[in-house]
Each structure stands twice: as structure tokens, then as C-alpha cells.
Ligand binder design. Structure first.
Ligand SMILES: NC(=O)c1ccc[n+]([C@@H]2O[C@H](COP(=O)([O-])OP(=O)(O)OC[C@H]3O[C@@H](n4cnc5c(N)ncnc54)[C@H](OP(=O)(O)O)[C@@H]3O)[C@@H](O)[C@H]2O)c1
Length: 285
């Protein structure tokens, strides 16, 4: 169920999406449990799923995460209400994470993603990372061609700076930027990327919004987040997500989940309204 009007490019700006990555990395859940997590997120009101071809064990199972998303959506009654965002531009040789922004690779990756997701057009296709071996114009130029061919409905960028966003926008409309942001990592507030997105109508997808695999415990024990959480009958993770939503109307946090409980908890955060005072206290922490 949508609770807010759609923003530019069909993205539910101001809502919370599901980051599907933990369903395919490390000791990930079984296929059946992964589908349960995705269904729980959608049931709880999420309308965006973020995935990538590279969310997999290694080069032998590229597209693992996208295939899980396809499987879950195949048995979901309201498919049309769900935006699927995927990414290309990273390879996984023997489990390593290696950028590949070669135009030929991006075209191949996009075509593989179309198959893995079983769609004719990808709602949002994001360049996962800028590859310093190739001019940004070459990588984004290929995404522009895929967009013109109708294989991509919207083009997004990830792990980018303001000058890189500007160079990309000179080639093709950019719908979104996906960079890391949480109460324990506020880089986009300082490097101008969030302000740029606000000014130019781009959605900002905040990844690792509850700290990522290395920061999630820090968030769980964060004194200020725990204090605010207590007064809302919420968890510190939920307060982290509510803080992100409060920081900008352009933000879509995309918390990851490998358990139903995490997905449901994260969806609940969209209902938490922090006071100005609470936001100030978290800002100052
Ligand atoms: N563009 C990029 O380069 C990039 C990089 C990293 C991530 N991402 C995207 O961003 C998404 C989120 O990032 P992330 O997975 O790194 O970090 P995250 O969302 O900050 O943290 C993920 C972990 O935190 C736990 N968690 C999430 N919500 C919770 C809640 N409400 N309560 C308690 N625990 C909660 C989950 O545990 P359980 O697993 O136990 O459920 C999950 O595995 C990814 O899934 C991926 O789609 C993109």
C-alpha cells in the first residue's frame, strides 16, 4: 500500500525500500526464507526493492539476488506497485568486488539483469560504482543508449560525487543517486551530494542506513538513538531510519534484511515522526 504520492521517476520518495543484498551474501537464508523476507517487506508497505547483479557469492552465481526478487514478485499479487532497482558495473571474480565500467560489460550486465528479473524494461538501473579505468562518459553513455532503447526506464548512479553526477546528467536524465548514509555516516550531508539531489529533484537512496554489516551493532548500542527509541517504543534501528527520513524529503533509506523481523521493523520506521528537538539531539550526537 502506498502512503505517499510518487516522486519523480516513480520512486516513492520519503518512503523506505528494501535492500535485498543480505539475502544473497554470507550465510544467507534459504530461497524460501528469502522470498518470505521480501513478501514481509511488501506486506508491510514497502514499494521499492534494491538489488544488483553482483549480490551473489561469486562469479558463478551472478544475478542470484535478482533471481530471488523475480521469484518473490512472481508470487506477489500487486507486482505493478513495486519498483525494482538494480545495478551493474561490479564483477565478483572468486568473490572479490571489482569494478567494470566498460560499455560492453554494462550492456551485457544489463541484458543479463533483464533476464534474471524476467522483465522487458528495468525500472531503475544504477551504475554501481564509477570505474576509474574508463571515462565516466563512456559508462554512462552506454546506460543512456540502453535508456534510449527502452531497456531501462530510469538511470541512477551509485557511489558518486557532485561533479560526477553533473557529468552524467549532461548525457542522460538521472533519476537517483545511491550513496552510503546513516546517523553514524553522514558524508552526504557534508560533500554536497544530498543538497544537490534536493535541488535537482533526484531521489537519494541511502544505503547501509542502519550502519551496514560493520556498523549495525554500533547503531544498536548508540546511546542517543537508544534514548530516543525508548520514548517512541521503537528500536534504535527504527530511529536511525526515521532520522534519515526527517533529514530530507529526497531520501529513501534502503535497509537490508535477511530476517522477516528486520524488514518489518524497518517498514515500521516510516510511521515514526521525530520531534525537532529529537532530530537536533541526534544531529549533535
Ligand atoms: N550501492 C552500493 O554500493 C551499496 C553498498 C552496500 C549496500 N547497498 C544496498 O543498501 C542496502 C542496505 O545496506 P546494508 O545491507 O549494507 O546495510 P544496513 O541496511 O545498514 O544493515 C543491514 C543489516 O542490518 C540489519 N537490520 C536492518 N534493518 C534492521 C532493523 N530495522 N532492526 C534490526 N536490524 C536491522 C539486518 O540484519 P538481518 O540480516 O539480521 O536481517 C541487515 O543485515 C543493501 O541491501 C543494498 O541493497 C548498496
Amino acid at each position: 500500500m502506498r502512503t505517499r504520492p510518487l516522486g519523480p521517476s516513480g520512486l516513492d520518495v520519503g518512503a523506505i525500500g528494501l535492500g535485498a543484498m543480505p539475502l544473497s551474501l554470507g550465510a544467507h537464508p534459504t530461497e524460501a526464507d528469502a522470498v518470505r523476507v521480501i513478501h514481509a517487506a511488501l506486506d508491510a508497505g514497502m514499494t521499492l526493492i534494491d538489488t544488483a547483479d553482483a549480490y551473489c557469492h561469486d562469479h558463478t552465481d551472478i544475478g542470484h539476488n535478482e533471481r530471488l526478487v523475480r521469484l518473490a514478485l512472481a508470487s506477489w499479487p500487486r507486482r505493478d506497485g513495486v519498483v525494482v532497482a538494480t545495478k551493474g558495473g561490479l564483477e565478483r571474480p572468486n568473490g572479490a568486488w571489482i569494478s567494470n565500467g566498460h560499455p560492453g560489460h554494462l550492456r551485457w550486465a544489463c541484458e543479463q539483469s533483464l533476464k534474471a528479473l524476467a522483465v522487458e524494461r528495468i525500472d531503475l538501473y544504477q551504475l554501481h560504482v564509477v570505474d576509474p579505468r574508463y571515462p565516466l562518459e563512456d559508462s554512462v553513455g552506454e546506460l543512456a543508449r540502453l535508456h534510449a532503447e527502452g531497456k531501462i526506464a530510469n538511470v541512477g548512479l551509485s557511489n558518486v560525487s557532485v561533479p560526477e553526477i553533473e557529468r552524467a546528467r549532461a548525457l542522460v536524465p538521472i533519476a537517483s543517486v545511491q550513496n552510503r548514509m546513516s546517523p553514524i555516516d553522514r558524508q552526504p550531508l557534508h560533500d554536497g551530494v544530498l543538497a544537490y539531489c534536493e535541488q535537482h529533484g533526484l531521489a537519494f537512496l541511502a544505503y547501509s542506513p542502519v550502519g551496514g554489516s560493520y556498523g549495525v551493532r554500533r547503531v544498536a548500542h548508540h546511546a542517543v538513538l537508544c534514548h530516543v527509541a525508548a520514548s517512541h517504543g521503537a528500536t534504535p534501528h527504527e530511529i536511525a531510519l526515521a532520522w534519515l527520513l526527517a533529514k530530507s524529503p529526497s531520501i529513501i533509506p534502503i535497509p537490508g534484511a535477511s530476517r522477516v523481523e528486520s524488514a518489518v521493523s524497518s517498514a515500521r520506521a516510516a510511521e515514526i515522526a521525530l520531534t525537532e528537538q529529537e532530530i537536533r539531539v541526534i544531529d549533535a550526537s
